[in-house]
Design a protein around this ligand. Structure first.
Ligand code: HEC
Length: 121
């Protein structure tokens, strides 16, 4: 038998978790991340954020040949990149998201504080 207070604590923890979950979805504390500044930033936003947000780009660490394949693939899929901008765009991406940069740390959707949970056995 669970003591009454333990059940109450478990219920409270669940309720707090539910409240945090509700707040985190699309809340203004988690604005979409942006592509870094640079002469190609606005073109990259126009060409590359039509189908997905910036995070899919921000989390990459790719060599220049890999970025070349990536940009060509996205253009084949419909990304509107002016052929005159293709090389500069590949430079911009491989400079900012090259293979030797520190690992990307994904922002958490939930609040930063660890949640305490009561685990039933
Ligand atoms: C026509 C729609 C579209 C456009 C425009 C587009 N992408 Fe994508 N992109 C996709 C799809 C679909 C995926 C796969 C998504 C997934 O796996 O969840 C993807 C995935 C990616 C990935 C993850 C690796 C991979 O290949 O799956 C990267 C990096 C990426 N895109 C970069 C870019 C860049 C840079 C541009 C601008 C030059 C761009 N995308 C424009 C549709 C697009």
């Amino acid at each position: 038998m669970w003591p009454r207070s333990a059940l109450m604590l478990a219920a409270l923890a669940l309720a707090a978790g539910a409240a945090l979950w509700g707040q985190s979805a699309g809340s203004p504390q988690n604005p979409p991340e942006d592509l870094p500044p640079g002469p190609l930033q606005s073109k990259a936003i126009t060409a590359c954020m039509e189908c997905h947000d910036a995070r899919i780009i921000l989390q990459q660490s790719l060599s220049k040949p890999a970025w070349t394949r990536e940009v060509d693939k996205m253009m084949k899929w419909g990304a509107l990149v002016d052929p005159n901008d293709r090389d500069a765009l590949i430079d911009y991406l491989s400079t900012n998201f090259g293979a030797d940069r520190p690992p990307y740390r994904a922002p958490r959707l939930a609040a930063a504080k660890p949640q305490t949970r009561t685990v039933k056995k």
